[in-house]
Design a protein. Sequence first.
Lengths: 471, 198
Amino acid sequence: MKRFSEQLKKKANGLSLKASERRDLRARVVSYMEYHPLPKTEQGVGLNNKENTAIKTEEFTLVRFDFATWARFTSAFAVLFVILLPVIAENAVPGDALYRVKVGFNEEVRSTLSFSPYQKVEWETARLERRIAEARLLASEGKLTPEVEAVVAYAVREHSQAAKKGIQTISESDSEEGTIAKLAFTSVLDVQSEVLEKGEASTSDQVGRSVSAIATAVGEERASAAAEASIEPLSHEKLLARIELETTNAYEYLNSLGDAATEAEQADILRRLNDINEKVSVATAGIEDEAVDHIALLINALTDTRKLISFLTNIDVRENVTVDQLVPVTLTADERASLVRADINEVGRITTTVNGRLINLSGDVLTKVVSGLDQVGTLVNKATSSLEAEEYSAAEKVIGEALNLAVDLDYISAADLGGTTQETTSDSEVDNETPLEEETTKKSSTTEALEVDDPSGVETASSTDDSSTVD
Amino acid sequence: MAGQKQQDNMEGDHEKRFLKAFEDYNDALFRHASMRVSDRERAVDIVHDTYTKVWAYVRQGYQIDSFRPFLYKVLNNLIIDEYRKKREASLDAILDQEGMDEGSFSELSESTVESLAATIDGRKAFDLLQELPDEYKEVIVLRFVDELKPKEISLLIEESENVVSVRIHRGLKMLRSRIEREEKSIEEQRNLRKDKKK
C-alpha cells in the first residue's frame, strides 16, 4: 500500500495552485475577511489594528468610508444650520453676526409662507414692528448708532412700501378689503408713532439713544398712508366680519398673557374690548338710522381693536405707552353724567370759597368777582338742565366753561387778598368720589376754609349756607 | 485586568491563526478538490468558499482548535453539494446494484485494504480516478493523498469506520478492475497490429 500511496501522491502533487492562482485566492479571502471583520470583542490585535502588518494587499488599497459617522455628522450639521441657527438668530439685533440670517433667511422664508395678500400685508407690518423694536432695544442700551438707525429707517420704509403694495393687490380684487387692510396698517403706524414720539421726547439728547430718524420715517409713512386713504364706501358687513375676527384674536392674546398682566391691566384691556363691543352694538342698532354714522363707529371700533392687538402682542409698546394713551376709554352715559355731576360739585365748592372772600373784596375786583359768580351760576344751571335732558356733550362743554371761570374767580379773589387758592388742594379728592363722599368733602373743604379765613367760626355758617344754595 | 488582557491577546490571534491555516493548507485543499471535481477553476472556487465559510464560523465566536480537519470537513461538504447538483449515483443505488449492504463487510480490515492497494499501480490509478463514483473517490483521496486515517475520515464524512473501509475497498477494486480492463485493451490492440504485419 505504501508503494500505491507514494505513487498516487506523487502524481497528485502535480496538481497544485499556480502562484497567480494562490495570490488571487489569498486576495479574495483577505478581502472577505476585511468586509466581514470579527466583532469588536473578538478583535483585539487584528485587522483593524494599524500596527498589524500581517496582511498586505498589494493589488489594491482598501479605504474605509464610515457611513455611520458621516451620517451622524451630516444630520448634526443639518440640525445646527437648518433648525438651531435660525432659532438662535431670532434674537439678533442689527450689528449681530446672525442678524442677516434673521432678516435674510428666517423672515424671507416666512414671507414665502404667506399665501394670501392679507397675510403678506400682516407679515410686512410685523416686520416693520420688529425693526422698530430692535432699534428701541439698541437705543435702551445706548447702542443705536446713526448708521444702524439709518438702516432701520430704510427698512421701515421698505416694509411699509411692501405692505402698501400688498394692500394695492388686495384692492385690485376687493376694494373694501383693501380699505380695511389699509385701516389696520395705519393703526399699527399710529401705535408705533406714539411709542417713538414718547421715546424721542425723553432721549433725544442722549447719544446712542435717539430714534429721531426712525420716528421721522414712521411719521412720513403714516402721513403718506393717510393721504392715500381710499374714499371707497365700506359695507357694514365687511367691517363687522373683520371686527369679529380681530376681537376674537384680541381675546385670545389677552388670555395668552396670563400672569404676565396684572389684574388691573387685564381689567383695563377688558374695558376697552367692552367699549369696542358697545360701539359695534350701537352701530348695528343704528344701521337704519341715518342720524347714526354706523360706518364711522365700526371703523373706529376696528382701529381701536388693531391698536389693542398691537398693545397686547408687542412688549415694546406695552413698556412705553399705556393702553389709555392708545385706546382711550369710551365713557358710558352714566359715567359721563357722573363726571358732569362731579364737575358741578367742584364748581360749587370753589364758588363757596370765593363767596366767602367777597366781604373782603372791594372796587373793580369785587364787581368782577360778583359778575363772574353770576355767570358761573347760569352755566351750572345750564349744565344741570342738559344733564337732565341726557345731552351729555352739551353738559360737559358748559360745565367745563363753568369750572374754568370758577377757577379764575378763585385765583383773582385769592390774589387780591394775598392768599392761596383752594383748587390745587382739593381737586384730586373730588374726581373719585361718590355723592356721599362728595358731601363729606364739601364739608371738609368748608372746614379748611374756616381754618384759613375765620378762626372764630362766625362767618362759617353763612359760607356753608351759600354753598348749599349753589348746589 | 490581567485575565482580560490575556483574553484580548487570544482573541487577537484568531486572524493570525486563520491566515496561517490558509498558508498551510490552501494547496492541499486545492489538490483534493481538483481530484474530486476534475475542474481546476471550480476547485479554486470551492477552496475559496471553504475558507470563507470557516471565517464566518470564527466570526460567530467558535473556537477552532485544529483548522485542518475542520477545513477538510467544510471542503468535503461543498464538494458533496457540487455533486448533488450533478446528481451522481448514490452509494445505496450502487449497493442495490451489487446486491450487498455494508453490514456484510464487517470483517473488512486495514490489512485487507493494504493487500488490495499493493496490487494496484498508483500512477495508473491516478489517471482513472476520475471514472470512479464520488463516494469512492472521496475516501481514496482522503486516505491515500491527504493521508487521513480511517477514523478521521469517518468523522469527516460522518459515516462509520466500517462504511469508510468498505468504500475504500470497493474503490480500490474498481480501480484495479479498470486498470486491468485497460491493460487488456492495450494488449489486444498490440496483438492486432502484430497480426496485421504478418
